[in-house]
Structures are given as structure tokens and as C-alpha cells.
Design a protein around this ligand. Structure first.
Ligand SMILES: [Zn+2]
Length: 105
């Protein structure tokens, strides 16, 4: 089930969150911009919420800005669908605006 696509990051209910129980304010969770019901995404970002860089040994996204309304997250965010979850969201978030790649669905 799908509702309308969301083109503003703030409309995706972005929030600083947890990931597998970690409360470290280095993850941002948001509702799926594709409008999939009960579909959420959580990504690690640097710098962390308190402004300090996070340099893990794994992938993360670069965060520019503190306000979700004007935030830029780079590079693009792409989800690989699985048998259990067909979400294939592929977006760029720039200055709080969401643009969809051609293969996003
Ligand atoms: Zn989705």
C-alpha cells in the first residue's frame, strides 16, 4: 500500500533515532518518501547530532545543516529491495527537498 510521494524531508517525520538499541544520536530515521505505509529508513550520519564527526569503519552519509527543513544528506540514499520488502526508494535530499531517482519506486 502506498500514499503520495513526499518531496519535503520534513514531511517524512525525520527524527534522531536509535538503531538496534543504540542511543547515540548519529542515526536519522524517517518515513519512506515513496509513501509506502509502515516503511521507515534509518541511516547513520556524520557529524553526529552534537556536531562532532563520527568516523566509523562503515558507511555513513554526510549531513549538512541542523534543521531537517533545510538539511542536505549526501550522497543519495538507495534501498535495495528484498523478497520480504519491495521498497526500492532512491532519493537525494538537498536543502530539505527530496528528489527521486529514475529507478526509485
Ligand atoms: Zn519504502
Amino acid at each position: 500500500m502506498t500514499t503520495a510521494r513526499k518531496t519535503r524531508f520534513v514531511d517524512c517525520n525525520p527524527r534522531w533515532g536509535t538503531h538496534y538499541g543504540e542511543h547515540l544520536d548519529r542515526y536519522i530515521t524517517f518515513d519512506c518518501p515513496e509513501g509506502h505505509v509502515d516503511c521507515h529508513h534509518t541511516i547513520p550520519v556524520s557529524p553526529k547530532r552534537n556536531g562532532t564527526p563520527w568516523l566509523p569503519n562503515s558507511v555513513f552519509w554526510e549531513r549538512r545543516g541542523d534543521d531537517f527543513a533545510t538539511m542536505t544528506i549526501a550522497p543519495s540514499i538507495k534501498r535495495t529491495p528484498t523478497n520480504n520488502d519491495q521498497c526500492a526508494m532512491h532519493v537525494e535530499i538537498t536543502n530539505g527537498q527530496i528528489t527521486f531517482a529514475g529507478d526509485s519506486r
